[in-house]
Design a protein around this ligand. Sequence first.
Ligand code: G
Ligand code: G
Ligand code: MN
Ligand code: NA
Length: 254
Amino acid sequence: NMLESDLRKAISQNQLELYYQPQVGDDGRIVGAEALLRWEHPVKGMVSPADFIPLAEQTGLIMPIGHWVLGAACAQLMAWSNNPATAQLRIAVNVSALQFKEPNYVSQVISVLERSNVNPSLLTLELTESMLVNDVNDIITKMNALKSKGVCVSLDDFGTGYSSLNYLKKLPLDQIKIDQSFVRDMLTDEDDVTIVRTVIDLAHGMRLHVIAEGVETQAHRQFLADLGCHSFQGYLLSKPVPIGDFETILLAHN
Ligand code: G
Ligand code: G
Ligand code: MN
Ligand code: NA
């Protein structure tokens, strides 16, 4: 498989890059960013993670790639730490269920954090409900170990996967992320309104931070804010962009 052998070289040949999509708090200020992986293929150009993450998972390449993502995000946090305009910014990274399942996952995260000397509480790990096919007690143990270091744990794409309220009760989460599929038609589809409102109420009741993704219009943002959503991410503010563009947006916005 052509793409697989190319993907093997992606890290060593510096073809991977992180793009950053701003996340804003309820006062409208940018509080951080989600880091989203991009692969600049030498021939094919930009390959979407939606196309290569599944391949990376099938081949096991997700392990070195995920490790690269974490290292790059921590290096960025370190670079921001010396400037008061950026020192408080948080970065969220996506974690594949396969990575989280690794017995040494937690120690890897901790060693990357220590090596890069960043404040662990500025790092959020976005986990998905697909991890719940694995041993839930193991997941809880790992989440608690990460949280004891200060790392934040978010449940991404909430409501689209395997989660049940039973899991939501058991998992020591900090944040839930409302999937963009519910936000998209929220202003016209009453079922989506009900789902979004219920997820926000659930988050309040369980004292979790709730963030919405796919916030494309001011009307989306206002509607979500009125329901009590804490933070917002989406094309309204910016699509995912290279780090230089993110910093430009930050300076113009905050
Ligand atoms: O940025 P974009 O919308 O193209 O991302 C497509 C998908 O790829 C999303 O589901 C996103 O969570 C996933 N993705 C992006 N970056 C990473 C990453 O670093 N690791 C993993 N596991 N998934 C990622
Ligand atoms: O699965 P995850 O939530 O990590 O994926 C985030 C994906 O959503 C990224 O591919 C990103 O490009 C995309 N995205 C971010 N904001 C918006 C938005 O406002 N609208 C749409 N349609 N997609 C978005
Ligand atoms: Mn995500
Ligand atoms: Na999502």
